[in-house]
Write a protein that binds this ligand. Structure first.
Ligand code: G3P
Length: 250
């Protein structure tokens, strides 16, 4: 999208211990990378690493995010983590509604919506994920599914500063499969149209990331598609060299 600064975001999922912090240092220490110049970069680490990750890249052009938060501020929710806790630990962003959360934890659009609001209340940018399953794609219902997820998962007060959308076709996650550039273009155009209809000018500026098997080898093609304002990268974000190579698409 013209006049939208791209964001390349990593999602480490349930991977990483203290020694993985070296990868973050390698990212910020790469000379002449696009990060901080042409693009923004973010790594969403496991909750256990947010504090150390944020400390180890303090002052650098790499933001640290969480991968989920509870929709409530605090209380009797053993094992859960609030948005305020992520913020306090040094996160600036939080992913909500990732398909793995929707599947593994039965998160509905309403829950995702509440989590996005909880993120905002704590001062975090919410990265709201949507995407169709393989069966839905085969049934030809991709655009309907995405439109329903967007309508339900994005709270009313979303704007281009507090919200980022990530389109992740479920069948493309961790599989090495990706949609064609034409398919990505079609879905991103429909997301853009829905955002503009609902949020007017802000909808035109809200970042729409593509996620699902983004690798150095396909980054130039996928990130060059209209209305693709960056990537949400899983597996290839675990190694600094791969993440940096994806950033070099810009
Ligand atoms: O959130 C990113 C993700 O779901 C994509 O994972 O491993 O296919 O890049 P991967």
């Amino acid at each position: 999208t013209p006049d939208v600064r791209p964001l390349v975001a990593g999602n480490w999922k349930m991977n990483g211990t203290g020694e993985s912090l070296d990868e973050l240092r390698m990212i910020v220490n790469r000379p002449n990378s696009a990060i901080g110049e042409k693009i923004d970069a973010l790594i969403c680490v496991p909750a256990t690493l947010v504090f150390r990750a944020a400390q180890s890249v303090e002052g650098e052009a790499l933001s640290i995010g969480g991968q989920d938060c509870h929709f409530k501020k605090s209380g009797a929710h053993t094992g859960d983590i609030s948005a305020e806790m992520l913020k306090d630990a040094g996160a600036s962003h939080v992913i909500v509604g990732h398909s793995e959360r929707r599947t593994d934890h039965g998160e509905t659009d309403a829950v995702v919506n509440a989590k996005a609001k909880a993120g905002w209340d704590a001062g975090l940018v919410a990265i709201i994920c949507v995407g169709e399953t393989e069966a839905q794609r085969k049934a030809g219902s991709t655009l309907d599914v995405i439109s329903t997820q967007l309508a339900g998962s994005i709270p009313d007060n979303a704007n281009a500063r507090n919200t980022i959308i990530a389109y992740e076709p479920v069948w493309a996650i961790g599989t090495g499969l990706t949609p064609t550039a034409d398919d990505v273009q079609q879905v991103h155009a429909s997301i853009r149209a829905a955002l503009e209809k609902r949020f007017a000018a802000d909808g035109g500026k809200m970042r729409i990331l593509y996620g699902g098997s983004v690798k150095p080898a396909n980054a130039v093609e996928l990130l060059g598609v209209a209305n693709v304002d960056g990537a949400l990268v899983g597996g290839a974000s675990l190694k600094a060299a791969d993440f940096l190579a994806i950033c070099e698409a810009y």
